[in-house]
Design a protein around this ligand. Structure first.
Ligand code: XIL
Length: 299
């Protein structure tokens, strides 16, 4: 097929991008997004600060713009993200203890209920583990409500939207030998053994160049899959859009039957949160880059 999404679909997978609501009126941007991709993530519009700016007052207009853009064109939606230490509204950042736990669970329930039936996969919990060699949880206001906050969020999400796939999503979990990767693996293994509802693991995969592409990435993907979860590459971008690393990412995913989709974190380089690194598949004028062709041939 001649587009990323259609090529992925031929292999029973999806190829997605992150979208910003404020850019949808740019026709070059929305044309590429709708033509090339068949899965859409809201870059910021479904995060806690956007969807519940004041406690108990929910605001879905920006998220709806993105969801409607996708669904009206037959594209699917990854929900991002229900519970996360970052991009919290001020009122939540200042909370702690049982009040914060209840507010977080109410947020998960309300947002997942509102979007019920429209979401392919939810990032229920994002970035809950610390970087470095400790393998520990990241210290955060949510973590300080008790170590069971992650499973509580997953149970609330399952009750609110029983048909969405529920994912744990993180970065620096690409190298199989890293303590952070191992710690997430053990959490997923524990959740599966105790019946905590988890269906997928998202690897953000913000790679910083071809040279650091983990040679054991495929092992990471297949090891998570062997726990009985789907694996998704959720926020892919690569410094200078190294074409070899992009193709290797696709090949490693495709070597693992349960690696069922790849999302790049933006459309054109000028749209990227790392725009100074030109990490995406389209340049700032909307032209296909070498990495685009390398991905399309690997799909
Ligand atoms: C980023 C967005 O791209 C930026 O626009 C925003 O300013 C900060 O967040 N991990 C995630 C994403 O899970 O939500 C982040 O997105 C990038 C890192």
């Amino acid at each position: 097929a001649s587009t990323l999404g259609a090529s992925a679909a031929e292999r029973g997978r999806y190829f997605g991008t992150a979208i910003a609501a404020g850019r949808l009126s740019n026709s070059q941007y929305s044309t590429i997004a709708a033509r090339e991709f068949n899965m859409i993530t809201a870059e910021n519009e479904m995060k806690w600060d956007a969807t519940e700016p004041q406690q108990g007052r929910f605001s879905y207009s920006q998220g709806d713009q993105i969801v409607n853009f996708a669904l009206s064109r037959g594209l699917k939606v990854r929900g991002h993200a229900l519970a996360w230490h970052a991009q919290q509204p001020d009122w939540a950042r200042n909370m702690s203890g049982q009040a914060l736990r209840n507010a977080m669970l109410n947020h998960v329930t309300q947002v997942a209920t509102y979007y019920r039936g429209k979401i392919h996969s939810w990032d229920v919990v994002n970035e809950a583990f610390a970087d470095g060699g400790s393998g520990a949880r990241r210290d955060s206001n949510l973590q300080r409500t008790g170590n069971d906050w992650i499973e509580a969020a997953f149970r609330a999400a399952r009750a609110a939207d029983p048909n969405a796939k529920l994912c744990y999503n993180d970065y620096n979990t690409d190298n199989w030998n890293d303590a952070k990767t191992q710690a997430v693996y053990r959490m997923v293994q524990d959740f599966k053994s105790r019946g905590v509802p988890i269906d997928c693991v998202g690897l953000q995969s913000h790679f910083t160049g071809g040279s650091n592409y983990p040679s054991n990435y495929r092992t990471t993907l297949s090891s998570f899959a062997a726990l009985g979860v789907d694996v998704q590459i959720t926020e892919l971008d690569i410094t200078n859009a190294n074409a070899t690393a992009y193709a290797n990412t696709v090949r490693d995913c495709y070597a693992v039957p349960r690696c069922n989709g790849i999302t790049v974190w933006g459309v054109r380089d000028s749209d990227s949160w790392r725009s100074n690194e030109s990490p995406l598949l389209f340049d700032g004028s909307g032209n296909k880059k070498a990495a685009y062709n390398s991905v399309l041939s690997a799909l």
